[in-house]
Write a protein that binds this ligand. Structure first.
Ligand SMILES: [Zn+2]
Length: 213
């Protein structure tokens, strides 16, 4: 059960503007969590609100492929991801406002420029940014929006990160891709993950090869 709770925490939305996604929900007799781009589906039912009406149209009912990917190939793609400057240091302190949460805004008042403090636009006034992946010694993090190609579909590296964590939590070395189409469906034992692929025109920076069947 502890592993399942870790998965629910990994996949639930942290965006408070999408309240219903911040907590687990039920779908067709399963407990799920979703960040709007991926859904983890666990093989038990809890006392959660039922969202079957919302999830049913997204959930692939057919299994049209059977391809395996190794955890190592996911990690290889993740390790190759382009790096970008992190918005915070390794303790989470916002780089833009130096952890203060406020920055001076310059504006015109009765003919002269004045400065007033306002919420930092990068951390929304919190002074902190909690990243899942902490910045490295160069103050850089993987570009989580960079795209990876998998069976002809493009998905952002943030989804690869989630799949790596899912394998690690469930102690699995391989993950199965069982459906491709409007969404991708991965399975690990009796846990399933629906993943939205990108419709962006950008090119992927690498391609993950499936294991030889
Ligand atoms: Zn800030």
């Amino acid at each position: 059960m502890h592993r399942y709770n870790q998965l629910l925490e990994l996949y639930r939305s942290k965006d408070e503007l999408r309240q219903w996604l911040c907590k687990p929900f039920n779908f067709n007799g399963n407990t799920c969590a979703s960040n709007a781009s991926a859904i983890v589906i666990l093989p038990f039912i809890g006392t959660h609100p039922d969202m079957s009406e919302k999830i049913s149209p997204i959930y692939p009912t057919e299994r049209n492929t059977a391809v395996k990917f190794s955890l190592n190939s996911l990690k290889w793609a993740y390790d190759k991801s382009p790096m970008i400057e992190a918005p915070c240091d390794c303790t989470g302190k916002c780089n833009y406002c130096n952890g203060i949460g406020e920055v001076p805004y310059e504006h015109l008042y009765e003919g002269s420029y004045v400065f007033t403090d306002g919420d930092c636009p990068q951390c929304d006034g919190l002074g902190r940014i909690d990243l899942d992946v902490k910045p490295d010694e160069n103050g850089e993090i993987p570009d989580m929006l960079a795209l990876v190609e998998i069976e002809g579909y493009y998905i952002p590296i943030t989804r690869i990160y989630e799949l790596i964590r899912t394998c690690e939590i469930l102690e699995c070395d391989t993950i199965n891709l069982v459906h491709t189409g409007n969404n991708l469906l991965f399975s690990l034992g009796n846990v399933e993950i629906v993943v939205a692929h990108s419709t962006s025109e950008s090119s992927p920076y690498c391609k993950i090869e499936s294991e030889v069947k």
